[in-house]
Design a protein around this ligand. Structure first.
Ligand code: 0X9
Ligand code: ZN
Length: 318
């Protein structure tokens, strides 16, 4: 695990080995857990980063790879965990966060699709469930959540790249996330879902152009994160509501989580800006992950200050 290469993309079997390895090596504060099974019965493993303490902690959720072809997203989840385990001994920012917050990281949400994009079709997006008696495959998992389901940028045609499924939460991968979030909703204070590409930090809503609850504060946090990201390598990220910056889309995890009552629910669209699209060259993994780390840390620190105002003073934002 020492020699794990964080600047290349990895096939799923290597990511599974990495999950096992990092949980074994840092077992005092990183543990692996089963979220559920994919359509093709693969285990959806997530990592829980938790510093031992008496405090009742809140939860930050980060998922990557809900869309199969967006390989930079799983690479970021791995980078994030690596940074935490490498630096937490000496980094006061990290220690402060972990006093109050447990961080749950799901490195690859859409595992079946991710494997398919490695082995069969690089630009595969959806999961791999069968529809139409095997005439078509895959639901867009980010259209399958139960929020204004199948109304915008969604299709009822199973061969479409934005097929919303047969019903809300029809897919086992969606269900696994929904069951976790519902069971822990009193404690989840931040939900981050990582995509590519476009260089955006998106606030709710996707399903409507209306502004979300506490929009001003949420937008301010997204802008702080975007400027922290820009400071690292000068790469421009824009912040704002999904429906305005990109397009309206219904059934996304972010909107469902927001409407469940969790204010700080963001979608990140990582590099690039359209030259390489989903096939971001490997030499951009490191800079992308470095700047994204700064953005994610900014949001987590804000949330820590907000929910634990006395226990989280003197935060330094990048
Ligand atoms: O269309 C999507 O699902 C995402 N874009 S992507 O190119 N990665 O497919 C954006 C999802 C944004 N989600 C919300 N606004 N809720
Ligand atoms: Zn995506």
């Amino acid at each position: 695990i020492n020699e794990y290469n964080y600047t290349t993309y990895h096939p799923m079997n290597e990511i599974y080995d990495w999950i096992n390895g990092i949980a074994k090596k840092h077992s005092q504060f990183v543990t692996q857990h089963l979220l559920g099974l994919t359509y093709e019965s693969r285990p959806m493993q997530y990592l829980k980063i938790s510093q031992p303490s008496e405090n009742h902690k809140k939860i930050v959720w980060i998922d990557c790879g809900i869309h199969a072809r967006e390989w930079i997203a799983p690479a970021f989840c791995q980078w994030f965990v690596k940074e935490i385990v490498q630096n937490y001994q000496n980094d006061q920012r990290i220690r402060k966060i972990l006093q109050n917050l447990d961080i749950y990281v799901l490195p690859v949400l859409n595992i079946d699709g991710y494997i398919y994009s490695w082995t069969k079709e690089r630009l595969w997006r959806k999961n791999r469930s069968q529809y139409g008696n095997g005439t078509c495959y895959g639901v867009d998992l980010n259209r399958n959540f139960n929020v204004s389901w199948c109304t915008h940028r969604s299709s009822t045609n199973c061969s479409s790249n934005s097929f919303c499924g047969s019903s809300p939460v029809s897919e086992p991968e969606t269900r696994a996330v929904v069951e976790f979030v519902e069971s822990r909703k009193a404690d989840i204070v931040c939900f981050l879902t990582m995509h590519s590409y476009s260089q955006l930090i998106l606030t709710a809503y996707g399903y409507s152009t209306g502004l979300s609850r506490n929009y001003n504060e949420i937008f301010k946090v997204a802008e702080m994160a975007a400027s922290a990201m820009e400071k690292i390598h000068g790469t421009k990220y824009r912040a704002g509501p999904f429906s305005k910056l990109l397009y309206e889309a219904s059934g996304t995890s972010q909107d469902w989580v927001h409407d469940l009552g969790i204010d700080f629910s963001f979608t990140f669209e990582l590099r690039d800006n359209g030259s390489h699209k989903f096939t971001l060259p490997e030499d951009q993994i490191q800079p992308t992950c470095e700047e994204t780390m700064a953005g994610v840390m900014t949001i987590i620190e804000y949330v820590n200050e907000k929910y634990f105002p006395n226990k989280a003073s003197t935060t330094v934002f990048n």
